[in-house]
Design a protein around this ligand. Structure first.
Ligand code: OSB
Ligand code: MG
Length: 382
């Protein structure tokens, strides 16, 4: 395997080149059903998009931030501010992507804003070469495992219906959201009905170390993992909790870059890592973390942020990288939206796998009239 920092030659040798037109757009797509978590209930996906145009190429990036700061501190507004005032001004045609990302390093935090622009540039560079993104990154195509994240439901009966539907669709694993008051009993009910299901629970930081004894009751249900049980920026207390749980802990919110991943692995704070490329500053940082996971014997998977088809396509391309050994939050388009802004949408094959779309770049195309339908705001730069 290449070194953790090694990318194909173009990364350090080839200039990004001129870009005719840069735009930031905001879209809002209604969800088919509200998505409830311990931190918020979302009824729609509002996303900031980066659109790059050069000659006959149009490239896209999606910022995974929500309009609110309830999952992460970044929002669509902070990302717009960072892109406009600090990140886009660094984009010069003579720079390699490696140099540009180096410049981004001066800006502390704001990984989701950085990722959105990096994503769009990767789509552009791949399309210029007529290559699917995974090939530009040097990874062979493969079929991608699927997984679904089921939000907090009103009743256990409704939850069981949702899980049954996911199992019938063929998802490789089911994640259920939990929170205080909707946890042990709810997990137990799902496990009793689906004894062999690859099942995990995501708490989005709803518990404290004082709940360790209570959370250990989840050890009876063969969960593949419990995701982010403690605070959104904690690494240390998770190490104390992991020592008391049989169930593997998976960190999501706490991991912002490869340094956090190193700390979490060294402290034994988790046995699995959820790599969200947006949360860690982009696809290239995500690939590095996945390589670190391989070297450390830690399974990893690609987390989702209920992205539109633009971000979802990117997450699919990313999972060709070594280290994404577990099914991620990669679900069918119809599970989120009645209508998405891209084609082709994501569908599971009969065996639950997802094919990588064959087109260049991320492999999907934005459908103009759909974009118009869900567009809130459009602004041009450069
Ligand atoms: O915690 O993983 C999470 C969605 C939005 C914000 C946070 C999370 C999620 C999901 C859904 O669990 C993942 C998806 O289906 O894209
Ligand atoms: Mg999570």
């Amino acid at each position: 395997m290449p070194g953790i920092e090694t990318f194909p030659d173009w990364f350090e040798k080839e200039a990004i080149g001129p870009i005719d037109k840069i735009e930031l757009l905001t879209v809002r797509l209604p969800f088919v059903a509200p998505f409830g978590t311990s931190v918020a209930v979302w009824n729609c996906k509002e996303a900031l998009l980066v659109r790059l145009e050069d000659k006959d190429i149009i490239a896209w990036g999606e910022c995974v931030a929500d309009p609110d700061p309830y999952y992460a501190s970044e929002t669509t507004s902070t990302a717009r501010h960072m892109l406009k005032d600090f990140l886009l001004p660094e984009l010069k045609p003579g720079l390699t992507l490696s140099r540009l990302l180096g410049q981004f390093g001066r800006v502390r935090g704001h990984q989701m804003a950085k990722a959105a622009l990096e994503n769009a540039l990767l789509d552009l560079l791949a399309k210029r070469r007529g290559l699917p993104l995974h090939k530009l990154l040097g990874f062979p195509a493969k079929r991608i495992m699927s997984g679904i994240s089921i939000g907090i439901q009103e009743t256990i009966v409704k939850l069981l219906d949702k899980v049954a539907e996911a199992v019938a669709t063929g998802y490789h694993r089911v994640k259920m959201k939990i929170q205080h008051g909707q946890d042990v009993e709810w997990v137990e009910a799902v496990r009793r009905r689906f004894p062999d299901l690859a099942l995990m629970a995501d708490a989005n930081g709803d518990y404290t170390l004082a709940d360790a004894g209570y959370l250990s009751r989840l050890d009876d249900f063969k969960l593949t993992m419990i995701e982010q049980p403690l605070s959104y920026h904690d690494i240390y207390q998770h190490s104390l909790l992991q020592a008391q749980l049989k169930t593997p802990i998976c960190l999501d919110e706490s991991i912002h870059d490869i340094g956090d991943a190193e700390a979490a692995i060294a402290l034994k704070s988790c046995r699995v890592i959820n790599i969200k490329q947006g949360r860690v500053g982009g696809v290239l940082e995500a690939i590095k973390i996945a390589r670190l996971c391989v070297a450390s014997g830690i399974p990893a998977w690609s987390g989702g942020m209920d992205e539109t088809g633009i971000g979802r396509a990117l997450n699919i391309q990313l999972q060709t990288a070594p280290g994404f050994t577990l099914p991620g939050d990669t679900s069918e388009t119809s599970r989120y939206f009645h209508e998405d802004i891209v084609e082709p949408g994501v569908e599971l094959a009969r065996d639950g796998f997802i094919e990588i779309p064959p087109g260049p770049g991320s492999g999907v195309e934005v459908v103009a009239d759909r974009l118009e339908r869900y567009l809130l705001h459009r602004e041009r730069f450069g």
